[in-house]
Design a protein around this ligand. Structure first.
Ligand code: SF4
Length: 297
């Protein structure tokens, strides 16, 4: 099959656009989507990129470094070691290869250093704990390195799943919190891969030879998310463009509401942004401590 934009062999058929694309036009298409997303914000000063070593964050780091490192923007990759034996060490080894290739500054912080816990030792809902602590630590690190913006590697599939999960739970507050602009104490976030489907991110990384870690964490990312993922994949097959429509639809809702559905204050314990007295990470750490005390008695 030939590329619909030139006569070179196609490497991909995009069902949602109806186009066959060769390697060159596929790269251009992914990079155009990334540029369109980051251009919504003015990127200057220091740009921190959450970097796990997996395909999504590796592609985000590689493309953003190409885009901004020659424009006076300092790029800093930041990685979190959650304390997951047999998984995170390998991902960090692969991350080290890419940061060395690109020559970017790299900061690594662990849950153990900052919160005194490892996800290995969390028995109940490890993914919920991991997600809350990771978000908090990324924000702290981004502030510590003086970043004006924090880029994360969420792709179209991740975003569509999160939007759909919140609709299905009727959790409109959480839905409206997904993409609101930065508030005091929260570093502004961008999601450069937000409109790039997961399969295309993987293909881009492979065809570009970007070193990526393919290991899966042994904790499942959640049964409900897996069900929503399968449902959306099926819908996308029958109705190409479904995932894009879900994510774009939320963007439109946020433009119309333009306000946070809660008041953001400061955590009385750690001074991080909080809704109420304690931030989510202090709350979750309190729960973990009281559970382990209960077990000990
Ligand atoms: Fe953390 Fe769960 Fe992801 Fe593993 S699968 S890295 S525990 S959120």
């Amino acid at each position: 099959m030939k590329c619909d934009k030139c006569s070179a062999p196609a490497v991909l058929f995009q069902k949602y656009s109806g186009l066959h694309l060769c390697k060159t036009h596929f790269f251009a298409d992914v990079e155009k989507k990334i540029k369109r997303e980051v251009r919504k914000e003015k990127i200057e000063g220091t740009l921190a990129i959450a970097f796990s070593g997996g395909k999504d964050s590796a592609v985000a780091l590689s493309v953003l470094n190409d885009l901004f490192s020659h424009r006076g923007v300092d790029i800093i990759a930041i990685s979190i070691d959650e304390g997951i034996t047999g998984y995170r060490e390998n991902a960090l080894e692969s991350a080290a290869i890419l940061v060395a290739e690109l020559g970017v500054r790299w900061e690594v912080a662990s849950f153990e250093q900052h919160f005194g816990i490892r996800i290995d030792h969390v028995n109940e809902r490890p993914c919920t704990v991991c997600g809350i602590l990771r978000r908090s630590l990324l924000n702290r690190l981004a502030k510590a390195v003086g970043a004006s913006t924090l880029a994360t590697g969420h792709n179209l599939d991740d975003e569509a799943q999160t939007v759909q999960m919140n609709y299905l739970r009727g959790d409109i507050d959480r839905l409206l919190r997904l993409d609101h602009p930065a508030k005091e104490g929260l570093v502004r976030r961008v999601k450069p891969l937000k409109y790039v489907p997961e399969k295309e991110v993987a293909l881009y990384a492979i065809l570009k030879g970007i070193p990526i870690n393919l290991d899966e964490c042994r904790f499942s990312a959640g049964v409900f998310r897996a069900e929503v993922r399968d449902m959306l994949n099926e819908l996308e097959l029958k109705h190409p463009g479904t995932k894009y429509a879900l994510v774009k639809g939320l963007e439109r809702i946020l433009q119309l509401t333009n306000r946070l559905p809660f008041e953001l204050g400061q955590c009385t314990r750690c001074s991080e942004p909080a809704v109420g007295t304690l931030c989510q990470s202090c709350n979750v750490l309190d729960k973990l401590r009281s559970t382990s005390q209960d077990r000990a008695t």
